[in-house]
Design a protein around this ligand. Structure first.
Ligand SMILES: CC(C)(COP(=O)(O)OP(=O)(O)OC[C@H]1O[C@@H](n2cnc3c(N)ncnc32)[C@H](O)[C@@H]1OP(=O)(O)O)[C@@H](O)C(=O)NCCC(=O)NCCS
Length: 179
């Protein structure tokens, strides 16, 4: 599969596709991934009920700065999309194929994605989700992201430096003992 394969601690190989690379390939990957999402996942990802034709149109026009994918045996299981909206700032969306949800793929890809974005000089990231999106809210809460509710949607604000410090903190750091 074309793109840059990065072998990391992730459960599946990570593929990085860039807008500056082959945009039509990137869009084709998004189209196939969007089509693999069931009705509930589509609603949570797009905060509406897009038809397959509407999703195809979205994919055909998509212009993300970069897309990170977890790929199992040539099949895309999870995607993180990053759209640069202003200097130093990026909007992020993430989705995991239905039958792979709840197995830690979303968290692994999200944390890896934030690392990649910070390394590329982005300082802040936003995500938008429905209030009922418990999995996404847990994902960002553990990373210490700030959330606020706008018109029934949750706006997640991430300062990449601060959130990455939080993510990298050991689960149970040993407490310093007095000498
Ligand atoms: C949101 C999403 C990306 C999370 O990815 P995932 O692989 O399913 O999630 P993970 O298994 O990594 O779990 C992430 C956290 O959510 C929790 N979680 C997972 N599924 C959950 C559920 N159905 N209800 C409540 N919490 C849930 C996990 O326990 C974990 O929290 P913890 O690490 O604090 O225990 C995925 O569920 C998805 O694609 N949903 C549809 C699209 C979407 O909602 N996109 C977000 C809008 S941009």
């Amino acid at each position: 599969m074309p793109g840059v394969s990065l072998y990391t601690r992730l459960p599946f190989p990570l593929l990085l596709l860039e807008e500056s690379g082959d945009l039509s390939l990137l869009r084709a990957h998004l189209k196939s991934h969007y089509r693999s999402l069931g009705a509930r996942s589509r609603r949570l990802r797009f905060m509406g009920e897009p038809t397959t034709e509407a999703l195809d149109r979205l994919a055909d026009r998509a212009d993300p700065e970069l897309v990170l994918e977890l790929v199992e045996d040539g099949s895309i299981r999870a995607v993180l999309e990053a759209y640069a909206t202003s200097p130093g700032h990026v909007e992020v969306a993430i989705s995991v194929e239905d039958k792979y949800q709840g197995k830690g793929l979303g968290r692994a890809l999200f944390e890896e994605g934030l690392d990649v974005l910070a390394a590329r000089g982005f300082r802040t990231a936003d995500l938008f989700c429905l209030r009922e999106n418990a999995a996404l809210l847990r994902l960002v809460a553990r990373a210490g992201a700030k959330t606020r509710i706008d018109d029934g949607e949750v706006h997640v604000e991430i300062e990449l430096g601060r959130v990455l410090d939080q993510i990298r903190k050991p689960e149970s750091a040993p407490t310093a003992s007095a000498a």
